[in-house]
Write a new protein. Structure first.
Length: 573
């Protein structure tokens, strides 16, 4: 299901879900949408874990704001945006055409079971000459805004052909000199099997109050809107139907998502003007990341990985039927939308912005009908997943096959160990197929790197146990920084602890190569295990001689150690 939103604000919308008695399939799992028969009842509350694209929209758009409101820009020099001090942008990256191009997709390949790579051929963009496309501004650090690109890989067919969409985008807020705001920027890269579907004639891409429209065109775009007596704002909408992924220029036609076929491993290469910073999270298996300097400037980013399957979960019920712990979580979620997930829909006629306040109290929730799309990451989503699992029979509603990665937001990096944040460049990636997972990189605690995950115990058939996977790929210098290790080789162990604290049966692999440390755990079961990584290093005569004794204190306790840093909880005297 697509997001409808206004920049800079959370909004309520009147919305209808067409549904059956319980969450069911809608075609293959990738096109599944939440469904239930009681959506129209006045107090129904629904939590949905959908694991959809996190970028604000699936087309490029540039906007700016001043005292009069916010405005869609054709460029950073657009007269309509000339008085704005900041720009908010979503730049969907184009396909590279020349060697000098940057911020573009340079290559896509499918890799078969024998390791043979076959290059894809660029076919088209989902929309040509999009109304919201804009040129790059190198001073402000804003890449050119294009559209999702469609590529053909005949050697990797899926159920409806061999077309794949590469959705590579960068989102951020900067001033005119390119200084980012406190939220920072983030990048997403997704590979999606697609097919072009005809949805038939429908409404134009226009809603009440918009100051511009495109007659007969049936795709997403953003425009300026103004309500009487209120500031102008940028309004974006999606009109092509719930299962539409990427709209097109053609009336009624849209790209929908398909499941991956027998080929499950792919390589995507990007040319970027600057290296992504911080940490990434991925929905993929065994990622191999390579970053090299590009001759024309910037960097080449290569990502090779296998696909994975993520369980989607949906719980719904009238307010009176919900257990008290879940009601409390609704209030907690409504009071802290940033850590719960910013997108929700009020499913009632005449829904107003009052819903934002009503969501914050038990009494307010008791009189509204709402569906909340929960973010997959963070402490609150983990709590919500644990609370709704027994209410849905501890099983998934559907599963989504996926290949994607994204940089973590500043909010997700809050509280992370300084070794993860104090230097520029990409530090590593965590990947898992869990429905909900910890925000940020693993937590370093008591000598271990810990990561919490949570999913239903069973697949959608209610019988087959869902099997989890986890990959941690990090720069070796970051690992050494965390543990205070020397340059000697690192040994690693990885454990999966059940919610009861017992070790789960799983397979694990660790390796260190070319400056990267890679660890993986596979085939573990849920509901809420903790994945624990412990790194060690044998102290040789040379490394021991290189280390100095230091005194560490913890309150009145003092100890002398022969390491570069003090143990957890201690500080250097």
């Amino acid at each position: 299901m697509k997001n409808r939103f206004k920049f800079g604000a959370l909004i309520s919308l009147s919305f209808t879900l067409f549904v059956t008695a319980a969450p069911t399939y809608a075609g293959n799992d990738t096109s599944w949408i939440p469904t239930d028969k009681n959506y129209s009842e006045s107090t129904v509350h629904s939590f949905a874990f959908m694991d959809r694209l996190p970028l604000p929209q699936e087309h490029s758009v540039l906007s700016s704001w001043n005292d009069l409101g916010s405005f869609v820009c054709k460029s950073t020099s657009d007269p309509a945006c000339s008085t704005g001090n900041f720009f908010q942008y979503t730049s969907i990256l184009k396909a590279c055409v020349s060697q000098s191009d940057t911020d573009c997709i340079s290559q896509l390949s499918a890799i078969d079971a024998n390791g043979l790579a076959t290059a894809a051929k660029f076919s088209r963009y989902s929309v040509t000459d999009h109304i919201n496309a804009f040129p790059a501004d190198t001073k402000a650090g804003i890449p050119q805004g294009s559209m999702p690109s469609i590529w053909s890989i005949p050697s990797a067919p899926h159920a409806s052909g061999s077309d794949y969409a590469v959705f590579a985008g960068i989102h951020g807020i900067v001033d005119r000199n390119g200084i980012e705001n406190s939220l920072g920027s983030f990048m997403q890269l997704s590979l999606i099997p697609v097919t072009l579907k005809d949805f038939g004639n429908g409404p134009q891409s226009k809603s009440g109050g918009w100051s511009q429209s495109i007659s007969g065109i049936y795709y997403d775009y953003c425009a300026n809107s103004q309500e009487i007596g209120k500031p102008t704002y940028t309004d974006c909408s999606h009109v092509n139907g719930d299962s539409c992924l990427f709209a097109t220029n053609d009336q009624g036609k849209c790209y929908v998502e398909e499941a991956f076929g027998s080929v499950q491993k792919f390589n995507v290469q990007l040319k970027l003007s600057k290296e992504p910073t911080g940490w990434m999270h991925g929905r993929m298996v065994d990622p191999l990341i390579a970053i090299t300097k590009a001759p024309s400037g910037g960097i080449n980013l290569s990502v090779t990985a296998g696909t994975t399957s993520v369980p989607m979960v949906y719980q719904t019920g009238t307010w009176a039927s919900l257990p008290s712990n879940l009601k409390d979580l609704w209030v907690k979620c409504g009071s802290d939308l940033e850590t719960c997930g910013g997108f929700w829909l009020a499913r009632a006629s005449g829904a107003t912005s009052d819903y934002i306040n009503l969501l914050k109290t038990l009494g307010g929730n008791a009189g509204i009908n709402v569906i909340k799309y929960v973010d997959a990451f963070g402490k609150l989503p983990l709590e919500i997943m644990a609370a709704i699992a027994p209410l849905v029979g501890n099983k998934a509603a559907a599963s989504s096959s996926t290949w994607s990665m994204r940089t973590l937001s500043n909010a997700e990096m809050n509280g992370a160990n300084k070794c993860f944040t104090k230097t520029p460049g990409l530090k590593g990636i965590v990947t898992t197929n869990s429905t909900a997972y910890s925000a940020g990189p693993p937590e370093f605690k008591d000598g271990s790197l810990n990561y919490q995950v949570s999913s239903p115990h069973f697949n959608s058939d209610g019988v087959t146990p869902f099997k989890g996977n986890y990959n941690l790929v990090m720069r070796s210098d970051v690992a050494r920084c965390i543990y205070g290790f020397s340059s000697a080789p690192i040994q690693a162990t990885i454990s999966v602890l059940s919610s009861e604290g017992t070790a789960d049966v799983s397979t694990s692999v660790t390796s260190e190569k070319n400056g990267w440390l890679a660890l993986s755990a596979n085939n573990f079961q849920f509901s809420a295990p903790i994945i624990q990584v412990k790194l060690t290093q044998a102290v040789t005569a040379n490394t021991k001689a290189a280390l100095k004794k230091i005194t560490c204190i913890k309150g009145k306790v003092s100890k002398v150690v022969t390491t570069a840093t003090c143990p957890a909880g201690y500080k250097k005297k």
